[in-house]
Design a protein around this ligand. Structure first.
Ligand code: M6R
Length: 607
């Protein structure tokens, strides 16, 4: 989603800002721009990629202070006028903004009545003019920003430069992340630490309600009421340095192949196989407390939600605690009953997904107990929860989530083991589960090491009007994840159904040549899925089957892909791999943008 970069220091700001924007490209955007200190402030914007912006920014610009933005359209279409930064006060200030100003239309009307002329349709321009108005009254830029923010409702991560203050950026946060990077005689600002990695590891995460004065000599943070607020300087984790493509053609392929290493990192130090138990220190829960929970609720969006569905099945069946997986955007708005004796998990790769954050706050407001299962350390969800589990996938840059899915399941399985052993699971059962989990990275590595030739399936899929995915039990969630991957990367409509539901509707879609992707590892529901597979073939569909190595079920398919044998709980780690690769290869063959599919953003920070 939208990205912010800012710089104030001794270097020329433009190259730092453009490189920062390039590093945030993975988040998804449709226009970009920079503003540089001066009188008036100067702004350069373009629709399209950061490379297009480079083309319109003049060479050799000397200002040493500036802000920059990549915009993912929400209020208003993808136009040059709507691109940030927005200027107000006749060039006295320029503003970049992530988030949404909810009362923008009312404020726009009253500013218009006072004679303000708007150039864009954006809520951000409203805030820019509001700050300019406050500046007329207050005189001081920081006071003007805080006064304007008192008048708006909504979410923001903002950075503002003023013609009167060439060595200063004013930033503020409420619901949209901002992180400051501290260098020697220079200070950086970004919506995502990835933009800071080349310059510094010393960072300060702004919190909701913070306002910061950012100068080359350092930073000062206050509340919106002007009260001083000290913030700790943290060190950016080494994992952020991994976030370059290396020898891979794109991030998605790199991230698929990183799964064994990412899984090892997630499991490392958290499993005691001999005792058949796991220990997630970040939860800070004793066995007594684990025993007291009556239910577990897992909340997430998209891929995270599918990982939650796998996790919920494991928790319920192994720990014998009722568990549900919920779509965060539904959960937060349905006025859920929160049982204080339940434990909730907010599951998110980015840790910034607005719906998941909203849902967890709803749990907290109602007195519930919620923890994070998050990848990005220090992200909003991780901070809001306080306690939780980091999944340690390392930076995931491709919009299509892959390694985070595996690590979310691994993390939820670690919790399952900890919970189940504290309740009903016998040591020998715990040992089997722990050993099975520890074996997963090698199995994943073994599968990924072999070349998967799916050219024939790619040809079928590229010509499909729609694709059906099906599976049962754990494989139903995997099928849903496979459908999401293929759909978001190729734009082919994909439906995922529980195999048993096919005959209640979706089977009507099938005709000669339709493609059905069936996930049927050798588990206790395999035979049931086999019947559904046969029903599809009988209606002329071509069946692509993901199955366990050596299983004769392969003969029932038009195209069969074998994955290594493992016990049922660990099949999702393996059956998802061919689905990720099929989506990848098909998108490649169709000439799609692999890392940045259209209309999508990596972290969805709006509702
Ligand atoms: O960062 P999160 O895990 O909270 O993101 C949730 C979804 O937006 C995300 O999984 C999305 O569905 C991906 N594009 C799926 O590949």
């Amino acid at each position: 989603m939208c990205g912010i970069v800012g710089y104030v220091g001794q270097r020329r700001a433009t190259p730092v800002l453009l490189e920062g924007l390039r590093r945030l490209e993975y988040r998804g955007y449709d226009s970009a721009g920079i503003a540089l200190a001066g009188s008036p402030v100067q702004v350069h914007r373009s629709v399209g990629r950061v490379a297009d912006l480079r083309g319109v920014v003049p060479e050799g610009l000397t200002p040493k202070t500036g802000i920059a933005h990549t915009r993912w359209a929400t209020h208003g279409g993808v136009t040059l006028e709507n691109a940030h930064p927005h200027v107000a006060g006749g060039g006295k200030l320029a503003l970049v903004h992530n988030g949404i100003i909810e009362n923008a239309s009312v404020l726009r009307a009253s500013l218009r009545a006072e004679g303000v002329v708007f150039e864009s349709e954006t809520d951000t321009e409203v805030l820019a003019h509001l700050i300019a108005k406050c500046l007329e009254g207050e005189g001081d830029p920081l006071a003007a920003v805080t006064a304007a923010l008192q008048l708006v409702r909504g979410t923001w991560g903002i950075a503002v430069i003023f013609s009167a203050l060439p060595d200063t950026i004013i930033a503020a946060r409420n619901g949209s992340p901002l992180v400051l990077g501290l260098g020697e005689g220079e200070t950086f600002l970004a919506s995502d630490p990835h933009a800071l990695v080349p310059y510094t590891r010393r960072v300060v995460y702004l919190q909701d309600g913070d306002v910061a004065r950012i100068q080359s000599s350092g930073i000062e943070t206050t509340t919106l009421d002007g009260a001083p607020r000290s913030r700790v300087v943290e060190t950016l984790e080494a994992e952020w340095a991994e976030a370059e493509k290396g020898d891979y053609p794109n991030f998605m392929l790199k991230e698929i192949h990183e799964q064994p290493a990412a899984l090892r990192r997630c499991l490392s130090g958290r499993v005691v196989v001999q005792e058949g138990r796991a220990n997630l220190g970040g939860l800070e829960l004793s066995s007594r407390e684990l025993n007291a929970f009556r239910r577990v609720g897992l909340i997430g969006c998209g891929t995270a939600h599918y990982a939650c569905r796998v996790g919920a099945m494991a928790i319920e069946q192994l720990a014998r605690v009722p568990a549900t997986a919920e779509v965060a955007s539904e959960f937060r708005h349905r006025n859920p009953v929160i049982d204080p004796k339940s434990l909730y998990f907010a599951v998110s790769q980015s840790g910034e997904t607005a719906d998941t954050l909203g849902a967890l706050k709803e749990v907290q407001i109602k007195g519930g107990h919620v923890m994070g299962v998050v990848n990005v350390v220090g992200s909003s969800i991780a901070r809001q929860c306080g306690n939780g589990v980091y999944i340690h996938s390392g930076p995931e840059m491709a919009v299509a989530s892959t390694k985070a899915f595996s690590n979310m399941i691994a993390s939820l399985y670690l919790f399952t083991l900890q919970l189940a052993r504290a309740r009903t699971l016998a040591p020998y059962e715990g040992r089997d589960f722990a050993q099975g989990l520890m074996d997963v990275p090698d199995l994943v590595e073994g599968f990924l090491a072999k070349k998967l030739d799916v050219a024939r399936v790619v040809e079928w899929l590229s010509e499909c009007r729609s694709v059906l995915f099906m599976g049962r039990g754990l494989s139903e969630a995997v099928a849903a994840e496979g459908a999401l991957k293929l759909m978001e990367l190729t734009y082919i409509p994909c439906l995922a159904y529980a195999s048993g539901e096919m005959k209640h509707g979706p089977i009507a879609l099938l005709e000669e040549g339709s493609v059905v992707i069936v996930v049927a590892p050798d588990d206790e529901v395999r035979d049931k899925t086999l019947s559904n597979l046969q029903e599809c073939r009988a209606r002329g569909a071509r069946v692509v089957l993901i199955h366990t190595e050596g299983d004769p079920i392969a003969e029932e398919a038009d195209f069969a892909i074998a994955v290594p044998k493992t016990s049922r709980w660990f099949t999702p780690f393996l059956t998802v791999l061919p689905l990720q690769l099929l989506a990848y290869e098909t998108a490649l063959a169709m000439g799609r943008d692999i890392d940045r599919p259209r209309n999508l953003a990596k972290s969805v920070t709006v509702e």
